[in-house]
Design a binder for this molecule. Sequence first.
Ligand code: UDP
Length: 379
Amino acid sequence: MTVGILYDNHIIKEKKKNMKIITIIGARPQFIKAAMVSKAIIQHKDAGIEEYILHTGQHYDANMSDVFFRQLDIPKPTWQLQCGQESHAAMTARILVETEKVLCTNNPDYVLVYGDTNSTLAGALAAVKLHIPVVHVEAGLRSFNKYMPEEINRILTDRISTLLFCPTSTAVNNLHREGIVEGIYHVGDVMYDAAIVFGKIASQYSSILSSLNLKSKGFYLCTIHRAENTDNRERITSIIKALTDIATANYPVILPLHPRTRTCVEKYNLLPEIAFNPFIRLIEPIGYLDMIMLEKEAAVILTDSGGVQKEACFYQTPCITLRNETEWTETVNCGWNQLAGYRTENIIRCLYTSTHKTNVSEYGSGNTAEKIIDIILEL
Ligand code: UDP
């Protein structure tokens, strides 16, 4: 059934009534992306669009999951699976089986997935086999490194998606090169929407600078969690060595440690090197508001995270990426990001290299989530 939406006394659009979307999320960056789209859906509830959230449990700790639902005001999941802490195959398989049950009994019009995790791939695969159209937000990203589990998840999810919402023109071109030409929309990046909205809230409410006793632009912020770094003794040792070399009283390193990284540094016996260094501040993973506050105020960010590289660029904080390649090539082209890889000497060289920096306009205008929902409704 369709209804006309009245605007300025004219019927401008026919919109579908009572559309049901099931959103599948499970990992930290997905909560942040989904927060913005869920808000846009709530704003369009008069158009008859309903969202139900399935949380796969891929990330389940309070500081990797609950804090994001609370701070970002994400609707409570309708279904909560417990598919974390398993091998890639076991996790993907369990999410696939459990998601299929939910989709069969609830029959949504669309399944919405984000990014590149096992939850993304399993959710998309369960849906497409039931002939439910898949909407992929953050489609078309490629690192061209198939050793990354995320790269496999992205390629396969894009292949089976009906609507592909791309954050950048590079992402659109990547899809075209793979022969995917239909259902592609270049809409911008929902993480940029989030960075704008929550950046202001963080400046108002986060007290992390005073609680860690940090000066604006007087510290380095570091996150490490990519398997290529954490699961390789040589790489993680070399990165930790760089951190111990650069950390000083004037520039301490703040290191919110991802659970996977903690397990690996314990396994490789690197924890004492970090924990006993007076200038490295090892902390638990932090909530989004505190994190973006630290990103804004850091002198330099060192990271292997995709989202953190972009946020560094959004907030115009120089970034050193602890990888050899990036999906977010615009951040390098505009001079805010340098690719250092894992070697200590390269990381330190990047720290003292000054680059020519320009504004980046590739990520949209802060209304990407709105655009996505408008497009879905218009279809
Ligand atoms: N983040 C956070 N707390 C932390 C570390 C990261 O809120 O302790 C946020 C960060 O601001 C970004 C997102 O988590 O928005 C990135 O997630 P992650 O690095 O886990 O995944 P990736 O982006 O690499 O897929």
